[in-house]
Design a protein around this ligand. Structure first.
Ligand code: SF4
Length: 254
């Protein structure tokens, strides 16, 4: 009987010792978080993107000629808005992908629609003169694009819906070109690019910014053909542009 009692007492002592040791270990873990085993984080296996998405993304980040070619390829035979119905050509853009200056106009007119090149009519000739005489640049040394790539019928302004459909491509062209400066011509392009409600009269001659790039607005050459008295103001705007272009190391290559 005594043997049995002693065995029971020893067993009880063992159980108490185990319990005390466990309690001690728990207390140590609470005091010292390092002692608590940290579960290995489970890393979800990478989900491979569809190849098309990878290509698409690569195109989005491409710059220079590759970037512009990728934007043109994505635009394709665009029918994203009603302007596709009357167009003869998509007028994508012209000039060098290495340009330090990008010029943004509103949309193609009759001559541009026929040739597929922006600013080739009378307004285009005036733009060429402005570039050459004031900035010392040839058309081949800049990049010229429009907010919408298809001619609005009767040369009307593009509607907000038409601009919204086309503007992602303009923005991607700008991001691919990464110019030092942007010259924006006329109210329609100004409002589209900067999302401002202020017209060209109030905004011209002052520096603005798009995605970190300084933007100078001035009158559209077509407006100057009808209002030659405002050529002087345009000259002032371009002289400001020239000063900043030179200050930023803008190139006159080609
Ligand atoms: S204006 Fe732009 S969005 Fe509309 S059809 Fe032409 S390219 Fe496409």
């Amino acid at each position: 009987m005594n043997d049995l009692r002693n065995e029971l007492l020893e067993l009880a002592a063992d159980v108490r010792a185990v319990a005390e040791a466990a309690t001690f270990r728990g207390a140590v873990h609470e005091l010292d978080p390092v002692a608590v085993p940290v579960p290995t984080p489970k890393v979800a296996p990478a989900v491979p993107s569809a190849w098309a998405e990878v290509v698409q993304e690569a195109r989005r980040v491409a710059t220079g000629a590759d970037g512009l070619a990728a934007v043109r390829a994505d635009l394709g035979d665009c029918q994203r808005c009603g302007l596709c119905e009357g167009r003869k050509n998509i007028v994508f853009g012209v000039g060098t992908a290495e340009a330090d200056l990008v010029i943004v106009g509103e949309g193609p007119g009759h001559d541009e629609d026929l040739t597929g090149e922006p600013f080739v009519g009378a307004a285009g000739q005036m733009l060429d003169k402005m570039l050459e005489k004031v900035l010392g640049l040839q058309r081949s040394q800049v990049y010229i694009l429009n907010v919408v790539k298809c001619r609005p019928p009767g040369n009307r302004n593009p509607t907000p819906d038409e601009m919204a459909a086309c503007m992602p491509f303009m923005e991607r062209q700008l991001l691919a070109s990464r110019p030092k400066l942007v010259l924006v011509l006329g109210s329609v392009a100004l409002k589209a690019l900067l999302g401002t409600t202020a017209g060209i009269m109030k905004s011209r001659g002052m520096w603005h910014e798009w995605s970190g790039i300084p933007v100078m607005p001035t009158f559209h050459p077509a407006y100057l053909l009808r209002n030659p008295d405002d050529k002087r103001k345009t000259m002032d705007d371009l002289l400001q542009l020239r000063a900043r272009y030179d200050q930023m190391g803008g190139r006159r290559f080609g």
